[in-house]
Ligand binder design. Structure first.
Ligand code: ZN
Ligand code: ZN
Length: 121
């Protein structure tokens, strides 16, 4: 029996690979593709890169990806700061500040009906 393996192209290095990971429909909608192919080598590299980055997604605290200490005065940094030196371990890491959008809406005064007395209409 000679079962032929379906081959894909690694998205990262272009080498042929049998690896293919299909996204769930909801994931695919976010990422914009149906699935991804990465060869074993690239998978390993991406995994290593990801492990190294040690991304800290603490919503309200700024956490150092080296010593994982929480940095006081996070408001001291602003959106232009892309690199931060940890006050604890003195190592430099990258920072992205995301601002949460809030919404405030109100009716226009000029749309208030004449003689409106403060009750719902
Ligand atoms: Zn590859
Ligand atoms: Zn640190």
């Amino acid at each position: 029996m000679n079962e032929e393996l379906k081959m894909y192209t690694c998205e990262r290095c272009g080498k042929p690979t049998p690896n293919y990971r299909e996204y769930s429909p909801s994931q695919a909608a976010i990422v914009g593709v149906q699935g991804r192919s990465w060869c074993d080598e690239c998978r390993r590299e991406l995994h290593i890169l990801h492990e190294w980055e040690n991304e800290q997604c603490a919503e309200e605290r700024l956490v150092c990806p080296y010593c994982e200490s929480s940095i006081d005065d996070p408001w001291y940094y602003d959106e232009d700061d892309e690199e931060v030196v940890c006050p604890e371990c003195k190592r430099t890491f990258e920072l992205e500040i995301t601002t949460v959008r809030t919404y405030r809406t109100w009716r226009r005064i000029k749309d208030m009906p004449d003689g409106w007395n403060g009750e719902e209409f």
